[in-house]
Design a protein around this ligand. Structure first.
Ligand SMILES: *Cc1c(COP(=O)(O)O)cnc(C)c1O
Length: 399
């Protein structure tokens, strides 16, 4: 590592809470699918800030929209009507069967809104004392206390207990276990159609149809966490649309505003009936600046056909990764994903492979120590992905 990098690390040691384990990189600049570190070295970014910068870094059109809005209005709070919010809501709701939007600032907060919506709906609309949210094993819903309780992973809640009550978890893919877990106190099932942090695990289509049917039969809500898989990444605007299911409400965040912090919950009018004036709120949610940027993000995605492209390009890259798996027996266990959410699970611990990829200028994530996770910008050049696979082949061959 260089002197410049070491200096950044030493400085951070003294300043920030040690809650992150960082990659060995200090980034100073980005453009499209490229990043540059403190030493001026260039990287191909196939992570996009964890599926956040969907249109690439410092996208010119987004920069222009941001600059224009920054001179018009930033923030007035939700005490006021703001047309930027409405324009964004119209664009978002046109992509789905949902009818109502609530804006917030992050994925965890969007999931908190889902949880609160489900509980309110049961209590105030259905007049049932149903509050429990059932989630699936290996899920990730965020780090606030409610979202942590939903995530139900002890390694993440260590030292933070007690967590809020009213959460239960069943293994993903097991319909009988889900049915057995549903009781009179169940308000909703919350799931990711493609588990992201879990290591890029698409849930089986029959299972998701089965979950939906169970929710209808038991008269509880189906909630989808679209924080990572939503916004076009899987080749449909929303991941659930790959599976022909109709969740009552969904959460959105990561790439919603192409890197500005923003989240949203989208719900059917029926599911949203529990939210009345005063029942839920946030100071920053849907501010004019982030809303204008998010609206521009969606406009560009749709104009440039990036959603369809994500589906096609992702399928191509997965096929090529599978060919690589066959060429190099014993190196790659499985290639998974949907659209530009791609997981390449290695047969052995991938730490060294992942580090070597970074050394050779490719940034991706290593999930659970074995799965290389790619979440590139939706407008990434195919050549960048080709180059990644070529370098990966070279690295795996040499091992
Ligand atoms: C990242 C993520 C979250 C949490 O989002 P934050 O913005 O970090 O709070 C929740 N759910 C899923 C599926 C995610 O990928």
């Amino acid at each position: 590592m260089s002197k410049a990098f070491d200096a950044v690390v030493a400085r951070e040691e003294n300043l920030l809470c040690r809650s992150y384990s960082r990659y060995p990189l200090a980034i100073v600049r980005g453009k499209g699918s490229r990043l540059w570190d403190v030493d001026g070295k260039e990287y191909v970014d196939l992570l996009a800030g964890i599926a956040v910068v969907g249109l690439g870094h410092c996208n010119d059109e987004i920069c222009d929209a941001l600059a224009a809005q920054s001179r018009k209005l930033w923030h007035v709070s939700n005490l006021f009507y703001q047309e930027e919010q409405l324009e964004l809501a119209e664009k978002l709701l046109a992509t789905t069967h949902h009818e109502k939007a609530f804006f917030c600032n992050s994925g965890a907060e969007a999931n908190e809104a889902l949880i609160k919506l489900a509980r309110r709906y049961m209590r105030s609309v259905k007049q049932r004392d149903a509050f429990e949210i059932i989630t699936l094993g290996n899920c990730f819903h965020g780090r606030t206390l409610g979202a942590l309780a939903a995530t139900g992973r002890e390694s993440l809640s260590d030292g933070f207990t007690p967590l809020p009550e009213g959460f239960a978890q069943v293994p993903a893919g097991d319909l009988a276990a889900l049915e057995a877990a549903i009781s009179g106190k169940t308000a909703a099932v919350l799931l990711e159609c493609v588990q992201g942090e879990g290591g890029v695990l698409p849930l089986p289509a029959e299972y998701l149809k089965g979950v939906e049917a169970l929710c209808r039969k038991k008269d509880i809500l189906l909630l989808c966490d679209e924080v990572q898989a939503g916004m076009g990444r899987t080749g449909k605007f929303w991941a659930f649309q790959n599976y022909d299911i109709r969740p009552d409400a969904i959460s959105v965040a990561k790439s919603l505003a192409n890197g500005l912090p923003m989240g949203a919950m989208l719900a059917t009018s029926e599911a949203a009936r529990g939210f009345v004036a005063g029942s839920h709120a946030t100071t920053f949610g849907g501010g004019a600046l982030v809303s204008a940027v998010a609206a521009k993000t969606i406009e560009i995605m749709q104009r440039d056909g990036l959603v369809e492209r994500a589906g096609q390009l992702g399928a191509q890259v997965r096929a090529e990764a599978e060919a690589l798996m066959r060429r190099l027996p014993g190196k790659i266990r499985e290639v998974r994903g949907l659209g530009l959410m791609i997981g390449i699970e290695l047969c052995e611990d991938g730490t060294e492979v992942w580090k070597e990829l970074i050394r050779r200028g490719f940034i991706c994530n290593l999930s659970h120590g074995v799965t290389l996770r790619l979440l590139p910008p939706l407008n990434v050049d195919k050549a960048d992905l080709d180059a990644f696979l070529a370098v990966l082949e070279d690295i795996l061959q040499g091992r």
